[in-house]
Write a new protein. Structure first.
Length: 345
């Protein structure tokens, strides 16, 4: 039998069938500007929504899990897994799951996980000792073969088409605070090796208020191989206008692993969205795809309805569900940031 190796696996697209969705229950009050009390309610509503379509697995310390157990009592398809956390951005702290390639030895496990290192987006928010163990703990709970590259990478920093291509923002992946001494070439090689992809497409930019240094899941997302939705800000007075325009131009020059030039579809995002004078990264691109469902962040903005109509076109046959993220985004993230898809295998 061939020994397990990441090259025998591939990175699945989010729209492929899921075994479950993972959430990390919120408890770190200082994560959010303003009041914390509305935040658990957002998580509860999202858990209920997703659980109608696929299993939901919620992590937190044993004592913390008492709250979601009470809130979600009687809701089918919800499991509580005692894994301590510092914060609740499981997209970034959780494992990146892989599926066995069709041509790989069938005796290999059908799924594996990559446990990247974690240092709270370049050391921004101590302590992070519990979060640094989340990916390995989740993989161990599932009994998965786990690859440990020894490199810092957040899940929200990469986006895949499931067919050998990933998008990544250079400024949050090639970063001395995360991986001292690793340049773009070495990081690209690491992504190809550990994620089983052939093409790494680098983009740039970020949103005002995004403390991740430009995670791709706020900026550009695949909706099919060769097809990308990308954030646009028409308001020239908004600080995001120029950077997003440049990113759109850059995306339009890129080709995927199959040699296709990307089809890039702009998605207007809310202008000058702020809380008490602090601009926040409100983006409809921070959507989450589950089985039969696309949960789309909305912000009470004129951009909400056009975005929802576009998602209906991009994901025919799936329920398009608007989720009010005006409270959640006070933590500088939205739906994709707080979810981790576990593919079925």
């Amino acid at each position: 039998m061939v020994p397990p190796d990441a090259k025998h696996y591939r990175l699945a697209a989010e729209w492929e069938p899921h075994a479950a969705t993972w959430l990390a229950w919120p408890h770190r009050r200082q994560t959010w500007l303003g009041p914390f009390e509305p935040i658990p309610l957002v998580y509860e509503r999202l858990a209920r929504l997703i659980a109608a379509h696929e299993p939901v697995r919620i992590i937190g310390s044993e004592s913390l899990l008492a709250e979601p157990r009470a809130r979600l009592a009687g809701v089918a398809n919800v499991e509580f897994v005692p894994i301590p956390t510092n914060d609740s951005w499981v997209r970034d702290t959780g494992p990146v799951f892989l599926l066995r390639r069709q041509e790989a030895d069938s005796r290999l496990a059908p799924r594996a996980a990559v446990a990247w290192d974690w240092n709270a987006w370049g050391g921004k928010y101590p302590p992070w000792n519990d979060d640094a163990r989340v990916s390995r703990s989740v993989a161990a709970h599932l009994g998965l073969e786990t690859f440990t590259p020894g490199i810092v990478l957040e899940g929200g920093a990469i986006e895949t088409d499931g067919a050998g291509t990933i998008l990544a923002n250079e400024q949050c992946v090639v970063d001395e605070r995360r991986n001292p001494g690793l340049d773009r070439g070495r990081m690209a090689a690491a992504l190809r090796r550990w994620l089983g992809v052939e093409e790494v497409l680098w983009v740039g930019g970020d949103l005002a208020g995004d403390d991740t240094d430009g995670h791709i899941d706020q900026l550009a997302r695949f909706v099919a191989p060769g097809r990308v939705l990308a954030a646009r800000q028409p308001d020239q007075g908004d600080p995001n206008h120029a950077g997003l325009a440049a990113n759109l131009e850059r995306l339009a020059t890129l080709h995927d692993a199959a040699g296709r030039r990307l089809e890039v579809i702009p998605v207007d995002i809310p202008a000058r969205f702020a809380f008490e004078g602090t601009q926040l990264p409100a983006s409809h691109l921070n959507f989450y795809v589950a089985n039969g469902l696309v949960a789309v962040p909305v912000f009470g903005s004129p951009t909400d309805e056009p975005a929802l109509r576009l998602f209906e076109q991009c994901f025919p046959g799936r329920r398009i569900e608007p989720v009010d993220c005006r409270e959640l985004v006070r933590g500088r993230g939205a739906l994709h940031c707080i979810t981790r898809d576990e593919p079925a295998g």
